[in-house]
Design a protein around this ligand. Structure first.
Ligand code: FAD
Length: 474
């Protein structure tokens, strides 16, 4: 009775629903991760994220070996070839049952349904579990049993259900018997993927480091999260999103660590703990949305009327934004940090996304793609949600007439310009007074830093006008 545990975005042994089910149902279990470089390329997955996955798999392999579960890595081009690869593995090891945790993106769902069909033809069972969210998509519904489109009532209902069910963190499964038929797999190593390389070593992948980061954050930083979370120069957020995105950490683990420190956080909406919980619920909200509206995974806006927005096409403006050469210091600092490190602070994601879609009026999909291709925590649901929020094309998005002023955002969230100076070296000697508008400094000519590529005031009016016209098509 051999089972196959198919790992995807759930790279952990703790609190893993499918892994537990496979260990309970089968005498021995083989684990697999399928690498799909062509598919990753099509999905614009950042090389740094793939490196993180690879490094995490090395850890996972060791952890699984302690449970007598060998991990093998199979490489095929894309999702189209994946069902056959799974079938071949199943046949090779005489496997009767395949287990995995669900992924909610459209292509991933298609891949799974084709795999399930193929396995069924060969009389192999396929079981997929909800594991990526604390409350599974489809569980948090309006009174009319429909998915929520607005966050605040979603959160209210999410909290009601959570407090009734209080899902717990599941333990590591018990050690299985070692199966001779799987012995050869133990000796294979985890080859590099055929994918461009980018070092993610700044992000530790061992269990202890990840759980310690979560614990330290909950013990020392959550209490002031609401005060510090918007200041990019300060280490005020958890920086756990890369781990959540590859499933090295589960959202249930986050909740457990939070509640261990702040058991009453539900009742104190003004405090840092509630504020952090709010972000975990945003993560869930965007996952529920992509499950309910597959169009979100398929390059379409949530709000149909925004299809009529006449976006600008400008390769040079797009490039200036990508390279951090817009002449708006806070935007440029953020974009350079992203390019150099694969990371960007949430406040800066909002500012740079607003700048691209409103000030430059460039289609949000270009931004979504660029972020995906750079971010270590790139994740379709949250990235698409964030972009459609900023571009005012999403559900419960920023209203189109509210446009961030990048200079004021810089002044408010990086008042002394210390974040800007870290990333835009040309500006390191600019006096505080001019750090957000260096072109006003009388020595600006010597800076080798661009003047603003658009004038915010007129760009804002243009964007509002274009959105207004699009809305009149309704
Ligand atoms: P914390 O502030 O510590 O929050 C804890 C966790 O909650 C995060 O790790 C994350 O999983 C979740 N979370 C926090 N904020 C949000 C949010 N606004 N939406 C959804 N989940 C959230 N997040 C990604 O994980 N991947 C992405 O590709 C991504 N792209 C984004 C693009 C744009 C344009 C915007 C505006 C936001 C995007 N976000 C994305 C959401 C958010 O910026 C990051 O989750 C956050 O910056 C991660 O930092 P942290 O782990 O320190 O978060």
């Amino acid at each position: 009775n051999v089972g196959l545990m198919w790992f995807r975005s759930d790279l952990r042994v703790v609190d893993n629903t499918a892994l537990i089910a496979s260990s309970r149902h089968c005498n021995s279990v083989l684990a697999v991760f399928v690498s799909t470089p062509m598919q990753w390329h099509e999905h614009h997955v950042a090389p740094i994220k793939i490196d993180l996955i690879h490094r995490r798999l090395v850890v996972l392999r060791q952890q699984l070996a302690k449970l007598n579960i060998p991990l093998t890595v199979v490489e095929v081009a894309d999702y189209e070839q994946t069902p056959q690869a799974i079938l071949e593995l199943v046949r090779l090891h005489n496997i009767k049952h395949v287990f995995c945790n669900k992924q909610y993106e459209w292509n991933e769902r298609q891949r799974d349904s084709l795999t399930a069909q193929l396995l069924k033809k060969h009389k192999i069972e396929f079981s997929a579990f909800d594991d990526e969210c604390i409350l599974a998509p489809g569980k948090v519904l309006t009174r009319k049993e429909e998915p929520f489109k607005v966050f605040t009532p979603f959160r209210r209902e999410w909290l009601n259900i959570y407090r009734m069910e209080m899902p717990k963190v599941m333990a590591i499964p018990a050690k299985l018997n070692r199966s001779e038929s799987l012995d050869t797999v133990f000796s294979k190593s985890c080859n590099q993927f055929t994918y461009p390389a980018c070092d993610s070593v700044r992000w530790p992948v061992d269990e202890e480091a990840i759980t310690q980061r979560l614990r330290t954050f909950c013990e020392e930083k959550v209490a002031v999260y609401h005060q510090k979370r918007d200041i990019p120069a300060v280490d005020g957020t958890s920086c756990l999103s890369p781990y959540l995105s590859i499933g090295a950490l589960s959202p249930r683990q986050c909740m457990a660590a939070l509640l261990a420190e702040f058991p009453l956080c539900f009742d104190e909406p003004e405090n840092g703990a509630f504020c952090w919980l709010n972000e975990i619920i945003w993560r869930e909200f965007y996952r529920h949305l992509i499950m309910a509206w597959p169009k979100l995974s398929r390059e379409q806006p949530f709000q149909n009327w925004t299809r009529h927005v006449v976006w600008q096409q400008s390769d040079s403006m797009l490039k200036a934004w990508q390279q951090g050469m817009t002449g708006y210091p806070i935007v440029d600092a953020a974009m350079r940090q992203l390019k150099e490190t694969g990371w960007m602070h949430n406040r800066l994601r909002m500012i740079t996304a607003s700048f691209l879609t409103k000030d430059l009026l460039i289609h949000w999909q270009f931004g979504e793609q660029w972020f995906m291709s750079q971010l270590i925590d790139g994740d379709l649901a949250s990235n698409n949600g964030g972009w459609q929020w900023a571009a005012s094309t999403g559900t419960d998005a920023q209203p189109y007439f509210r446009v961030f002023n990048p200079t004021i955002q810089g002044e408010r969230f990086d008042p002394d310009g210390s974040f800007i100076r870290t990333w835009v070296h040309e500006l390191k000697d600019v006096p505080d007074k001019y750090i957000h508008q260096p072109f006003l400094w009388n020595q600006a000519e010597s800076l080798n830093y661009p003047r603003p590529i658009v004038e915010h005031k007129s760009a804002r009016l243009r964007a509002i006008d274009v959105f207004k016209q699009a809305k009149s098509f309704m």
